[in-house]
Design a protein around this ligand. Structure first.
Ligand SMILES: Cc1ncc(COP(=O)(O)O)c(C=O)c1O
Length: 521
């Protein structure tokens, strides 16, 4: 067997410029210094990159390819000591590998699972998802925790999180319909959306959702009129833009001024929106809502957002004599997709947020409002992995005598768009056997007609990976199935849950018949 040239004496790191953004590529020379390689092998890695939204570019596909040809593995990705080993924080609690190297979850091995349900498939560890929901509910005791359904929703997941004490945040009539079918208490459901249709607002009011988060003056008028027409009082929160530039990808940062969500605090629209809701006869204004973005690791952004929303809250109290009873700080808590990610625990997040809020309310002389948060990916993300079967393996020679393995699997950008959309990074492991081969720098790609159809941009996989092997991608529970498409008329994969050795289908596999049935022309 000829192993890729990329292993053995191959430069794996760079002393070049620090990596400053997830969409960025490396530039500059790569030292042919084997000490760099050996230090990385001992598990040392570059310090966590400091990134900033302005540094994050949506890299052009051709640009990425050119840059990769000179950059090889990114500095944050160490060559593994054992290419078969799992890094526990990337996986749900019930995941392990058996003596043959086969991935197992809650007592079920993925080789049997793949035979039973096929691939690709998303595999949810039910106990893990429930435990993450419970951990938020316990750490934030006294607050309301809404599970952000957009990260992944099925009726079973809605029931699980509800049973663990959480409310649910939905942002379309479709998500609300799932919550309704799940039979959850709709008073503990919040309806979001920057452009809710009249039908969606009507659906929300008829269902009796506990709160509707308004996002524009058009919507305030529309909702006020509808509530009057239906003679139903609507409990509303005003979504504000705090001007915080969350340190995350531009497309998942939502509190800077130049984007579509919310009313600007700095521009004065937020204060006007609060007043408009307060004045509307059929609206009950309950508070302010702020969501600064997603995949955020540092608490500073939440701190600034909390300070600015509480100031608005205090100013509103001063000018109207009304202290609004509630405040929502949104979601966005980061998770580990790769070894470079070190997320905070719900306990430490709760402690940091409580300290910030208490200090700020005391300083402003207002009572602490009833608080809520909306974590999505931190609950559903790490609880599931995606399982694929390898179809083809290509060794692509790069300049300088190195190479990269292109490992093509039976899914792709239609079941996980995040890599293409946000330059998100993932990890992968050979899931169907133990390998004695050395690690090779690989890129996991899909089966779609797109050069940007990349699932895992950089990972070390065993050099003997071959067609027929199973590959598992951790942290695939959030925004993979929920953002899946039918690009190239590929049916969407199923979602199965595993618990105590039992496999249960939550969402069945789409079929070609399903897709053809839509074509009625
Ligand atoms: C208003 C709101 N709340 C909560 C979330 C959940 O974010 P995450 O899944 O990153 O926790 C989002 C994500 O887009 C959001 O827009």
């Amino acid at each position: 067997m000829l192993y890729p040239l990329s292993y053995g004496g191959r430069p794996v790191g760079t002393d070049g410029p620090a990596r400053s953004g997830r969409g960025e590529t490396y530039q500059g020379s790569i030292p042919q210094d084997t000490t760099v390689q050996s230090s990385l092998r001992r598990g040392r890695r570059s310090p966590r990159p400091i990134w900033h939204p302005r540094c994050v570019t949506h890299t052009h596909v051709a640009g990425s390819i050119h840059a990769d040809a000179t950059s090889r593995a990114p500095g944050w990705l160490p060559v593994p000591e054992d290419v078969n080993a799992l890094l526990p924080r990337l996986w749900s609690q019930e995941v392990a590998k058996d003596a043959d190297g086969v991935l197992t979850v809650a007592g079920v091995d993925v080789v049997g699972l793949a035979e039973q349900v096929g691939t690709p498939v998303y595999v949810v560890d039910e106990a893990d998802l429930r435990a993450r929901a419970r951990a938020f509910s316990e750490a934030f005791a006294g607050w309301e925790v809404y599970y952000a359904a957009k990260s992944f929703l099925s009726t079973a997941v809605a029931r699980w999180v509800h049973e663990e004490g959480l409310g649910i945040d939905v942002c379309t009539g479709g998500e609300l319909a799932v919550a309704q079918r799940a039979g959850v208490d709709l008073r503990r459901v919040g309806l979001h959306g920057n452009n809710k249709s009249l039908d969606e607002l009507r659906q929300g009011l008829a269902a009796g959702v506990g709160r509707i988060i308004v996002d524009s003056f058009d919507e305030i008028t529309r909702l006020a009129d509808l509530a009057e027409e239906l003679s139903v009082r609507a409990r509303v929160m005003v979504r504000v833009t705090t001007g915080v530039e969350a340190h995350t990808h531009e497309y998942i940062a939502t509190a800077h001024e130049d984007q579509k969500f919310g009313f600007s605090i700095a521009g004065g629209q937020a204060a006007r929106a609060l007043q408009a809701c307060q004045d509307a006869e059929w609206l009950d204004l309950i508070g302010i809502h702020s969501h600064i973005g997603s995949q955020i690791f540092e608490p500073d952004g939440f701190e600034v957002a909390a300070r600015r929303t509480l100031r608005l809250h205090a100013e509103f109290a001063r000018s109207t004599g009304v202290e609004l009873p509630e405040l929502d700080l949104g979601g966005g808590f980061g998770i580990a997709y790769t070894s470079a990610d070190t997320p905070a625990t719900p306990e430490s997040l709760a402690k940091a947020l409580r300290t910030i809020i208490d200090a700020e309310c005391e300083g402003l002389g207002v009572a602490v409002p009833h608080l809520s948060i909306e974590p999505g990916r931190a609950i559903s993300g790490p609880s599931a992995f995606a399982l694929y079967r390898v179809g083809t393996v290509k060794q692509v020679l790069l300049d300088g005598g190195t190479s990269r393995l292109y490992v093509a699997v039976d899914g792709g950008m239609s079941d996980n768009i995040r890599t293409a959309l946000y330059a998100a990074e993932y990890s992968a492991t050979l899931a169907s056997r133990r390998s004695a081969a050395p690690p090779a720098l690989a890129r996991v790609v899909g089966k779609h007609c797109e050069g940007g159809d990349i699932l895992v941009r950089d990972e070390f996989l065993p050099a003997d990976i071959a067609p027929g092997d199973l590959l598992a991608v951790p942290a695939s529970g959030a925004y993979s199935r929920s953002m899946a498409s039918n690009y190239n008329h590929v049916p969407r994969p199923p979602v199965v849950a595993v618990r105590d050795g039992e496999v249960k289908t939550l969402v069945r596999r789409e079929t070609l018949e399903d897709l053809l049935a839509l074509d009625v022309g």
